[in-house]
Write a protein that binds this ligand. Sequence first.
Ligand code: FES
Length: 185
Amino acid sequence: MTLRIGLLPQVAAAHFVTREAITGKGHFSAGRPQANDLKRLGNPDSVVICGSHGFALGMREHLQAELPASRLLIESFSAPVAPVAATPGSEANDTLRLHLKHTGQVLEPPAGKSLLEMLETSGIEVRSVCRAGICGHCRLKVSEGEYTLEPDFCLTDKDKDEGWALACCTFPTSGTLKVDLNASA
Ligand code: FES
């Protein structure tokens, strides 16, 4: 299952083909790597996780039991997905408003999007790079109203308890959310 690369003996690669069936043995395995597969990595200096937001979250969960977060490098190929309750047409979205603390504006954005998308479609500039909860550039404070925080790779539980959120991982659902884009740490 593990392939040693001849010219780089310090590098080992394990190949998991997640969609196609694997008929023969060899260096390839079928399906997502599971916790036991990841244990075979030994004690690597770092692990790079690349894949969809959901895949990266799952792999991080497995690996965090074995390695400190500082050794995990994450690249997410997709943004968090809106939870079902936040999809367009939801009853709760009818009263959704965003109150921007720094300008006093009250926005009524289209529902079913992330807070980042809602602000951008309303013409509000928000710093963002990854749009997947990794870089932390879209960090802001949110209070009141109803919203869902999708899992991210950046904020601590303490941050969230203090009201910090990532606009790309926050899905407003109803009520008037107070949004502070200029909050300081
Ligand atoms: S844009 Fe990177 S965490 Fe939101």
